[in-house]
Design a protein around this ligand. Structure first.
Ligand code: NAD
Length: 432
């Protein structure tokens, strides 16, 4: 059985800082800039009391971390997770800064979270958490300061409750406060697809660089949520074959991999998947999928791996189980690969499209949502996705060009571009 959470010793923030330190040294950043960028500018931790359906109260812990806003208002999702920690939120906030910078959108980085498990909360209780989160942080966020969005286990409904609470408090209409809103209520068409499609836009460009044809490739995916689903959707329409996906089983508290060597069928799997992206293993077996232990997703004989579930999945140990035929890893999830595992992938010559580049389609579309909300004028879906594709493609090539020119690993090249841009913005503003 697979444990969902990372080993206790794993610290996502330490990993984010390690990645930053390595590049900061390479760039010879001065001590003050380094100190400024390796920590969040601001962080908020607060309690959220909520009246539960049984009439009693429960108190939840909430977070918002603003890592850096030198390039524009900070931006980042809010995660609802039972094992959420300030450490993870800090790491994700820092990655948001680099993500916005590497795709060159005028935003900084932030992240938020609440320690809770929506599996065990009614919609009314979840609404209480959303409104409580906003009441605690309304003064410190806003359309021109810090713009939240959905992330793991939060969705458009949560965003709308949050926006509504903010508008009740402030007495105005501020659709640009938050992104990932429902379409028709300030949301952007294409947001649901943007992250997964963005992963595939990067994959398409990487395959060209590797001189591989999409139709001849096979993929294994970790996760079957929003990112994984739309990545699989576009990739299979482009002619590729997904032979394995995996998901978390809430009843068993374990993950499982679902294999079909002739290629999975997205629609049939979707019909047996719950709203959290958990595939029903009994039904999957009935319709001809092999049900394997969760870790099997990365042991498959495929060309491409897409981790699209959680951080800390390709580790010093698990990396050794990756099949020698794997040529490309496109990181849909944030922080799926530890620095230890990264060293092994680098050594083996695996082409890695790093998380903050690969999954930046989401924040790019969120940025377009902000722009549309602030104009109160909404674009067609094709226009949104075309613009996301353009941004992803051009960011991919900037990073790849630098990687080729300076013989850098893709992750390092992406970091060099992102950190340089943010350091320059801090300098230009006279901060350091
Ligand atoms: P989601 O909640 O929709 O789906 C998560 C999926 O992962 C589910 O299918 C779940 O069953 C599965 N999962 C959880 N634990 C697992 C495990 N141990 N093994 C296998 N599967 C497991 O989340 P999402 O929005 O698809 O996000 C996935 C990842 O992508 C996260 O790291 C998130 O931070 C990142 N991300 C998401 C977006 C976005 O726009 N949704 C943008 C950028 C990055």
């Amino acid at each position: 059985m697979e444990r969902q959470m990372a080993e206790k010793s794993f610290s996502a923030f330490q990993m984010a800082q390690t990645q930053f330190d390595q590049i900061a040294d390479r760039l010879n950043l001065d001590a003050a800039t380094k100190e400024l960028l390796r920590w969040p500018l601001r962080e908020y931790q607060f309690m959220i009391p909520v009246r539960m359906d049984d009439g009693g109260f429960r108190v939840f812990r909430g977070f918002r971390v603003q890592h850096n806003d030198a390039r524009g208002p900070s931006k980042g999702g809010i995660r609802f997770h039972p094992q959420e920690t300030i450490d993870t939120v800090r790491a994700l906030a820092m990655w948001m800064t680099w993500k916005c910078a590497v795709v060159d959108i005028p935003l900084g980085g932030a992240k938020g979270g609440v320690i809770c498990d929506p599996h065990n909360l009614s919609p009314r209780e979840q609404e209480g958490i959303c409104r409580g989160w906003i009441r605690q942080i309304a003064k410190n966020i806003g359309p021109v300061a810090d713009v939240p969005a959905p992330d793991v286990m939060t969705n458009a409904q949560h965003m709308l409750w949050m926006l509504d609470e903010f508008e009740v408090i402030t007495g105005g209409k501020y659709p640009g406060l938050i992104t990932g809103k429902p379409v028709g209520m300030g949301g952007s068409l294409g947001r649901t697809e943007a992250t997964g499609y963005g992963v595939v836009y990067h994959m398409r460009e990487a395959l060209k660089a590797l001189k591989l044809q999409v139709e001849k490739t096979r993929v294994s995916v970790q996760g079957f949520g929003n990112v994984a689903f739309y990545a699989i959707d576009l990739y299979t329409r482009m002619g590729g074959k997904v032979v394995c996906v995996s998901s978390w089983d809430q009843n068993d508290q374990a993950s499982y991999a679902f294999r079909k060597p002739q290629g999975i069928n997205l629609e049939e799997l979707q019909r047996i998947t719950d709203r959290f992206g958990g595939i029903d293993k009994g039904k999957a077996s009935e319709i001809g999928y092999e049900v394997l232990p969760g870790h099997a997703w990365l042991e498959q004989d495929v060309d491409i791996l897409i981790p699209a579930a959680l951080e800390n999945q390709i580790t010093g140990q698990t990396v050794l189980k990756i099949h020698p035929n794997v040529k490309l890893v496109v990181e849909g999830a944030n922080g799926p690969t530890t620095p230890e595992a990264d060293a092994v992938l680098k050594e083996r010559g695996v082409f890695v499209v790093p998380d903050f580049l690969a999954n930046a389609g989401g924040v790019t579309c969120s940025y377009f949502e902000q722009v549309q909300s602030n104009m109160n004028f909404y674009w067609e879906k094709e226009e949104v996705l075309r613009r996301v594709d353009e941004k992803m493609t051009s960011a991919f090539h900037s990073v790849h060009e630098l990687a080729k020119k300076n013989k850098l690993y893709m992750r390092d090249a992406a970091y060099v571009i992102a950190i340089n841009r943010v350091a320059q913005a801090c300098k230009d503003r006279g901060w350091v």
